[in-house]
Write a protein that binds this ligand. Structure first.
Ligand SMILES: Cc1cc2nc3c(=O)[nH]c(=O)nc-3n(C[C@H](O)[C@H](O)[C@H](O)COP(=O)(O)O)c2cc1C
Length: 416
């Protein structure tokens, strides 16, 4: 194979080469440097990691590239990994012009190369060799420093078009779906308002959006409760979150939920299953606030806000999952004793559709602290009563229509 880099005659039609390679997605990076005192840059889809020890990267300019001819004069480069929202910048840097940097935000790196503002990552390097390879060059570079500057999803190039990265379960739902969810919650309004006022807490309705998420479809505040979630915020269905919604679902749905637990150790899964049994028997899910719980709830709240933003990279999603998993200690099973005092984080009760399945839950949070077990039992039965009234309304005409609309968009390829 030695010396065959580009010498063989082509056995493949260039159109076929392009077509086949177009099925392999790439990231989009801009290689920047200086030609004298002029900043220069070019878009490359051929940026690649090469070696860890020593740290080397490479990109492959065409031998006809005018911009590379200028970059070849630069002692240092910055490789800027573009973010999903930098398509305009990408287009600007891909044109064969000398004024590409006009109006572009950049700063000077410590190594003396232009760093494009808001790029996902910056890789600071020095060219080491430019190896001819057919009609391109392989430019090998020593990495001198590197950092993730903005941990958002990158811009991707695929089959001649641009896109972003959107793993299953993180895709944001459209407005139409949210409207159907809000309409479904509509009959709950008077009950939710009454609960918030009488129990001096936050009362909310969460509706299932798909097999992976609930959304806040309505909330009301009483006592000192303050607004923490916005309408349309998404809550991931992953253990221990969503127990009240999951406990009454089919075995497939339960397994799908368990598969998202951050630990798949049999004992951990067994604990989650036992919890679901307790929730099903009690007809309500109860989470307590353990000592130090305030900070943990704040952390969970921040993680949920980040999740709702819909821009999570897989690394950030793993971090959010880790925060959710740490909440498990608040979901330990508690046998309420009438006289004992409790700090309750949340009480959640499912609302059954006329056919017996579940598409929403009602939830109390920001509840008064240090209350007796008797009081907590009272809250649970008040919440169950409200859920019962909402169930009655779903059977009635208005509710039935909203349920019909909701089912019209609910993804039907999932057994719910
Ligand atoms: C998504 C994308 C990826 C590209 N990848 C490369 C590449 O790997 N190598 C290359 O030489 N040009 C690549 N280009 C083309 C150059 O960015 C650009 O057209 C060129 O810098 C402008 O022409 P010039 O270099 O002759 O001035 C790419 C363009 C786009 C839009």
């Amino acid at each position: 194979m030695t010396g065959t880099l580009a010498q063989q005659s082509s056995a493949v039609d260039p159109a076929v080469y392009r077509e086949v390679m177009g099925h392999y997605p790439t990231g989009v990076a801009v290689v920047t440097g200086f030609d004298g005192d002029q900043p220069v840059g070019m878009v490359v889809g051929t940026f690649s990691a090469v070696s860890l020890d020593p740290p080397l990267v490479a990109f492959m300019p065409t031998e006809r590239s005018r911009t590379y001819a200028r970059l070849a004069n630069s002692p240092t480069y910055c490789i800027n990994v573009l973010a999903h929202d930098q398509l305009d910048l990408c287009r600007r840097m891909a044109v064969p012009r000398d004024d590409k940097f006009d109006g572009v935000d950049w700063t000077l790196s410590a190594d003396g190369a232009p760093m494009l503002t808001d790029a996902v990552a910056h890789i600071h390097c020095m060219p080491q060799a430019a190896v001819p390879a057919g009609d391109h060059l392989i430019v090998l570079c020593d990495v001198r420093g590197m950092e993730v500057s903005r941990p958002v999803t990158p811009l991707l190039f695929f089959q001649g078009g641009y896109g972003g990265f959107s793993p299953r379960g993180m895709a944001a739902k459209g407005d139409a779906d949210l409207i159907a969810a809000v309409r479904l919650a509509d009959p709950a309004r008077p009950h939710i308002e009454r609960l918030a006022q009488q129990l001096e807490c936050e009362a909310a309705v969460l509706v299932g959006l798909n097999e992976d998420e609930l959304t806040t479809a309505m909330s009301s505040y009483g006592g000192c409760a303050s607004m923490r979630e916005r309408l349309g915020d998404r809550i991931p269905l992953m253990p221990p979150l969503g127990e009240a919604y999951i406990a009454g679902q089919s075995p497939e749905v339960v397994e799908h939920w368990l598969a998202k637990a951050s630990s798949q150790e049999p004992e951990v899964l067994q604990r989650y299953r036992q919890r679901l049994d307790v929730v099903a028997a009690r007809g309500a899910a109860l989470a307590m606030i353990a000592p130090g719980g305030e900070a943990a709830y704040r952390e969970l709240h921040e993680a949920m806000q980040e999740y709702s933003s819909g821009e999570l990279t897989p690394a950030r999603e793993r971090a959010v999952r880790a925060v959710v998993a740490r909440m498990s200690r608040f979901f330990a099973t508690v046998d309420l004793t009438d006289e004992e005092l409790y700090d309750v984080g949340s009480v959640v009760v499912p609302v059954h559709n006329p056919e017996g399945d579940i598409s929403m839950v009602v939830r109390l949070t920001q509840l008064p602290r240090g209350v007796s077990g008797r009081t907590v039992k009272g809250w649970i039965s008040r919440l169950k009563q409200a859920a019962g009234s909402i169930e009655n309304e779903l059977r009635g005409n208005g509710g039935a229509e909203q349920l019909h609309d909701y089912r019209a968009w609910y993804p039907s390829d999932f057994p719910m």
